[in-house]
Design a protein around this ligand. Sequence first.
Ligand SMILES: C[S@@+](CC[C@H](N)C(=O)[O-])C[C@H]1O[C@@H](n2cnc3c(N)ncnc32)[C@H](O)[C@@H]1O
Length: 234
Amino acid sequence: MDLGSEAVHIDVFTLFPPWFDWFRGQRHVVNAMALGSSVEAVDYRAHTPLKAGQVDDTPFGGGAGMVLRVDVVEAALRARYGEDPVGLREHRRVIALTPGGRLLDDALASELADEPALTLLCGRYEGFDERILEHFVSDQVSIGRYVLAGGELAAMVVMDTVLRKLPGVLGDDSSAREESFSEALEGAPEYPHYTRPAQWRGWTVPEVLLSGHHARVDEWRREQSRRRAGGPLP
Ligand SMILES: C[S@@+](CC[C@H](N)C(=O)[O-])C[C@H]1O[C@@H](n2cnc3c(N)ncnc32)[C@H](O)[C@@H]1O
């Protein structure tokens, strides 16, 4: 079993804090917050030392797009945590969402769910000034080898998979314990599920699932899961 700690306090640094209002309204997120977790969106612009809410600048060396400035990110982190962000990552996971980062998988989600607190930094435009990644962050995480317009959706994906691992969040903790890629299923995809009606257009449900024989059902599920580990589903 690998459920996370009791609660996780997550700060997401973003240029679009209202995006996270929708996320906070989702049932499992509401449950997580009721059980002591928190999700707070922090606006990079709120503490920018630059005029007119500027947060980015043109890249040295030329090229398209704008780059999120290191002084702006430092000011936002200092305002939030009251310390030099160079030291922050020594005692708190500070995660930049980047396309080339460590790929998010179930093992990483479990690892993050064991942390008491997380900081997620969303990039925009061309991304982060490299010094942010070098000096302020403990991890870089990617949700896949493709490029999104910004880190906000990636942050929501990370938070979704982390929060649903916390005890009590899903109502029935076994939902998160035995599912695709979990230790309980030895990292394999989950077995198939069926519900009523038992017959539909001649499509039947495997007999064993209707047998009421729990040990046989369990054995069948594990076998199906192992079979699915053999290759991708169509
Ligand atoms: C348009 S992207 C920047 C892409 C960057 N120029 C590159 O080629 O790698 C803007 C921001 O979106 C976020 N982002 C985009 N794709 C992502 C992914 N697959 N996983 C995590 N974050 C992603 C990052 O925060 C990134 O800084």
